[in-house]
Design a protein around this ligand. Sequence first.
Ligand code: ADE
Length: 234
Amino acid sequence: MVCIGVIGAMEEEVASLIAQMENEESKTMAGMTFHKGTLWKQEAVVVRSGIGKVNMAVCTQILADVYEVDMVINTGVAGGLYKDINVGDIVISSDAIQHDFDVTGLGHQRGEIPRMESSVFRADTELVDMAKEACEIVNPEIQCFVGRVVTGDQFISSNEKKEELVKEFGGYCAEMEGAAMAHVATLNHIPFVIIRAISDKADNSAPVAYSTFEEQAIIHTVKLLAAMFLKMSK
Ligand code: ADE
């Protein structure tokens, strides 16, 4: 059986997954508690990475080295960038980029990581298709988009910054970890997908919207993951 690594940055994003695990055993490394067990008939390791790219990178590398996971999934919330997206909708990553990687001073494009083959990390198409299909079945009341996830160590809460991310990167949603997982997964040749529920619109209204809708948005990602895992076990 394959082993799936599931990473959420915050407690709220993984608590309900951990609560539903069977035969769960935990181990703490680098200040992160890794919960290994059976989740919806799949072998899985669920972990809260903490917020930001460095925490996510460390966490993903531990999943690769210690647990030898066959795939990694990042779940959580994000700020919506795409014009038609609403709070509660879901974005599944086509690919991911680090929007705050800036070596423009040396003539590189924003987001470009010099001396790497690519700075855009492509998600596994099978996982993307499976996630989209699962979402459409279990969350018919919301929209589900496949698009680019843009990641940076910044909470996006201004109309100007939002516009910039849309214009420069064609992002569908902004968050703070996904591309770091994608980067590490790619270096380790591990398939990945990022699944994010929209908690706010990454504009001036984001701080209030985020506090109001964060918990509600997560319900959709949990339902999606359950359907996806059950499908994989068939
Ligand atoms: N996560 C949820 N909303 C976000 C936002 N607006 N910016 C960055 N990360 C987020």
